[in-house]
Design a binder for this molecule. Structure first.
Ligand SMILES: NC(=O)c1ccc[n+]([C@@H]2O[C@H](COP(=O)([O-])OP(=O)(O)OC[C@H]3O[C@@H](n4cnc5c(N)ncnc54)[C@H](OP(=O)(O)O)[C@@H]3O)[C@@H](O)[C@H]2O)c1
Length: 318
């Protein structure tokens, strides 16, 4: 017997697919939105346990309010995961990123209000937290830190801008209407690929394994496993006391140390050569609030091993 109905927007994507898997395994009936039902890129969804009984796909676009209403109707909870996440710069960020992120989020929330949804969990991002030059240097960033929209604009960080604007608009909407909205802000998400295509964050790791860069910026990386992000979303949905935003991050590592770690487990890939260029400062974020709610995460080695195994199986590293 299914527990109740949940809707997941962007259910065919990287994180969305893991959220579907988790909800189905917890006996929820799930409505998932996809843009191209019938496309081979969603074939993996039919293989999920209990999908044949409890998963229904809905064709919906974030900019098409009515399509979202059809998917959300009858659901008690909604996980708003869908958002464009480009892996390179896009020619028209306003149309390709900002509108679907911001207007799309407001369309989802409006549809949730209309359908009397109990709680909406919105997937935001650490990019809505960390891009703030006024935050005191050396101080760990917590949920009080918001990316500065003007700084995002002047530095042309359109993805950061779109996530910051979407998350702040979501809280404004919640304040205005009384809708229960909780957000989760993950850092770089890695872990096994459930879907046949490669998403932007997995590409970061794949490139480290394949590209053989002559030199690489020794950037600071905050990493979290996709399966632990799915757990975080479920947790903030289920815990009545959850409120506001939750940073979701697990491991903090410099690019050079990440490469060393990978090399020690998988010695034979085409790793960056020895030159690592020093850049910027460490960007430290804290998930203490989420951990206090009961969240925990797996070791980084497990994430790396399972990611690489999944790329291998999919033939991505050949
Ligand atoms: N991966 C990370 O490192 C990371 C970190 C922080 C936050 N996030 C957030 O996590 C969420 C999922 O990202 P992901 O990494 O799983 O990326 P992904 O695999 O590219 O998934 C993005 C999803 O958004 C959907 N989508 C995009 N534009 C849409 C539109 N106009 N209408 C309807 N659906 C649309 C896509 O649907 P189709 O299947 O129809 O193309 C896809 O399912 C996003 O909100 C992202 O900002 C990701």
């Amino acid at each position: 017997m299914a527990k109740g109905k949940m809707c997941v927007t962007g259910g065919g994507g990287y994180l969305g697919s893991w959220v579907l898997k988790l909800l189905l395994s917890n006996d929820y009936a799930v409505h998932a939105t996809v843009r191209l039902p019938g496309d081979a890129k969603y074939a993996h969804l039919n293989q999920l346990e209990k999908a044949s009984d409890n998963l229904k796909l809905f064709k919906a676009d974030l900019l098409d309010y009515d399509s979202l209403c059809s998917a959300i109707e009858g659901c008690t909870g909604v996980f708003h995961v869908a958002c464009p996440v480009p892996s390179t710069t896009v020619p028209n960020p306003q149309v390709e990123m900002i509108e679907p992120a911001v207007k799309g989020t407001l369309n989802v929330l409006k549809a949730c209000l209309e359908a009397n949804v109990k709680r909406v969990v919105v997937v935001s991002s650490a990019s809505a937290v960390s891009w703030n030059p006024r935050w005191p240097k050396g101080q760990i960033k917590d949920e009080a830190c918001w990316s500065d929209k003007e700084y995002c604009t002047t530095t042309k960080n359109w993805y950061f801008f779109s996530k910051t604007e979407a998350e702040s608009e979501a809280f404004e909407f919640a304040k205005r209407t009384g809708l229960d909205v909780v957000t989760v802000c993950p850092t770089l998400v890695l872990g096994p690929l459930p879907q046949p295509s490669v998403n932007a964050s997995s590409l970061v790791l794949i490139k480290l394994l394949k590209e053989g860069y002559d030199a690489l910026e020794n950037k600071h990386r905050s990493i979290v496993d996709v399966r632990d992000v799915a757990q975080a979303l479920h947790l903030v949905y289920e815990k009545p006391e959850a409120e506001g935003r939750y940073i979701c991050t697990a491991h903090s590592i410099m690019a050079r140390d990440l490469v060393d770690k990978l090399r020690s487990i998988f010695p034979n890939y085409n790793y960056p050569k020895s030159s690592f260029i020093k850049v910027g400062e460490e960007d430290m974020l804290s998930s203490e609030k989420l951990q206090k709610l009961g969240w925990s995460y797996r070791p980084l080695e497990e994430t790396l091993v399972d990611s690489v195994e999944s790329y291998r199986k999919a033939g991505i590293l050949d």
